[in-house]
Design a protein around this ligand. Structure first.
Ligand code: ZN
Length: 432
């Protein structure tokens, strides 16, 4: 503990001295346009990180998720795992960042891949989600290694593909290969933009399903000769409004999900289509007069750690079966598209305690423990890697993610870098 206290001031000063390096690193990462889809420049960004991290004594492996969902010869899914061993045995602290960014979209006043610095902010697609976090973790590790070369254990930094599209060829693949096995890695920090004084413990679950109702086609001038699938789906919507939505609104999780509206169970209707193929907007074409024999709806249900997945599924089945019992000719199919179980790290887990202490030491505030309404790569580290000691912690404002003129504040990055470095010192300090 005394060693920590002696080292800390030098470590903080060293990070202040790396401000320009942190800015340049963030800018250069933004300037590699790793758009996903389709998954561009993964190899390039991995090679960039390899060159950088080798200089600080990291052993680097570039790993292609060959054959994983999303991988192709045109758009290969490359990942990097960099590991720096300390002088003596100890725990391994792993920083995982995704290297992909989402599409640019309209409304930018900055060059989305320019990385321009203006008034203390760096602008660009991926600045906050999450190249700024990646840069912060690299500077934290480098400063710590310089200040404390005889540290115990190991530091790992990974850059992984495809988080924005599910992470199958990124963290899921790496976890399947054993890179997140608890005997290899003990603490994981994912520098997603959750705000520099917040620790994110996990996320709610996801259940995507498609409901289709069936009818019978007939001439639209004699609808009584057919059976309208859209009206049947209307009955499903009624049941949602009258029973399901009120029920979901009463379920409140113990998880500290932010924003608070996401603390209850929620469901979005993602798409809805019935009848003939849609005519493009503003077209002169006219549809043929037919009674719809099919109506399809995709639902995006977000569930709580307190709700078993089985209950989420059976609740929907019971609602639909109820309509089958009460509504003449009601017929449907229900197809699950994907599910992700909720994930929550315990509030007393070592990485939570350590980062909370570091936030207090660096910023003089009590860390806010939060959970995310949507999922991120923690699901794979938890479910496939079986590693529970995992959080998201990084600079940037979540609301800025995926927006035009996305930016990251340099001061925020400096504070987060210090927090990460202090946790390295706490978790990997050499024995006195
Ligand atoms: Zn992200």
């Amino acid at each position: 503990m005394t060693a920590d206290k002696e080292i800390a001031p030098g470590l903080m000063a060293r990070i202040d001295g790396k401000r320009d390096d942190l800015i340049a690193l963030t800018q250069e990462l933004i300037q590699i346009p790793t758009l996903n889809p389709p998954g561009e420049n993964y190899r390039l960004i991995c090679e960039y990180l390899e060159t950088r991290l080798k200089r600080s004594g990291f052993d680097c492996q570039l790993i292609r998720a060959k054959g994983a969902l999303g991988d192709s010869d045109a758009y290969p899914r490359w990942n990097i795992i960099a590991r720096r061993e300390g002088s003596v045995a100890g725990d391994c602290v792993h920083f995982n960042s995704h290297t992909d960014v989402v599409e640019v979209g309209a409304g930018w006043t900055f060059d989305p891949f320019g990385g321009e610095l203006k008034d203390g902010n760096i602008y660009g697609r991926g600045a906050c989600d999450m190249k700024g976090g990646l840069a912060a973790s690299i500077i934290a590790a480098e400063a710590f290694i310089e200040e404390c070369p005889d540290f115990a254990g190991a530091i790992e930094i990974s850059g992984s593909a495809d988080e924005e599209s599910g992470g199958q060829a990124g963290v899921a693949y790496l976890a399947e290969q054993g890179f997140f096995a608890p005997e290899r890695v003990q603490h994981v920090i994912i520098p997603e933009p959750l705000q520099k004084d917040r620790i994110c413990l996990g996320h709610r679950g996801v259940w995507w399903a498609e409901i289709e109702t069936f009818g019978e086609i007939a001439h639209g001038c004699m609808p009584f000769l057919g059976d309208c699938a859209v009206r049947h789906m209307g009955a499903v919507l009624d049941a949602f409004e009258n029973t399901l939505y009120p029920a979901l609104a009463t379920r409140v999780t113990e998880m500290p999900v932010v924003p608070e509206g996401a603390r209850t169970s929620t469901m979005n209707i993602n798409s809805f289509h019935g009848g003939m193929a849609e005519i493009p907007a503003n077209s002169d074409a006219l549809p043929a007069a037919c009674v719809p024999d099919s109506c399809r709806m995709v639902i995006d249900r977000r569930f709580l750690v307190e709700e078993p997945l089985e209950q989420v599924r059976s609740e929907m089945t019971e609602l639909l079966e109820g309509l089958r019992g009460s509504r003449p000719n009601f017929d449907y199919s229900l197809r699950e598209m994907q599910h992700v179980l909720p994930s929550m790290t315990e509030k007393k887990a070592p990485v939570v305690t350590s980062v909370a202490q570091s936030i207090a030491a660096v910023m003089g505030v009590e860390a806010e423990l939060v959970a995310s309404p949507g999922t991120y790569d923690q699901k794979h580290i938890d479910r496939i890697g079986k590693l529970k000691n995992c959080i998201a912690y990084g600079p940037g404002i979540l609301e800025m993610a995926h927006k035009p003129d996305e930016y990251i504040g340099v001061d925020d990055m400096i504070d987060s870098t210090k927090v990460m470095a202090m946790s390295l010192l706490d978790l990997l300090a050499p024995a006195p």
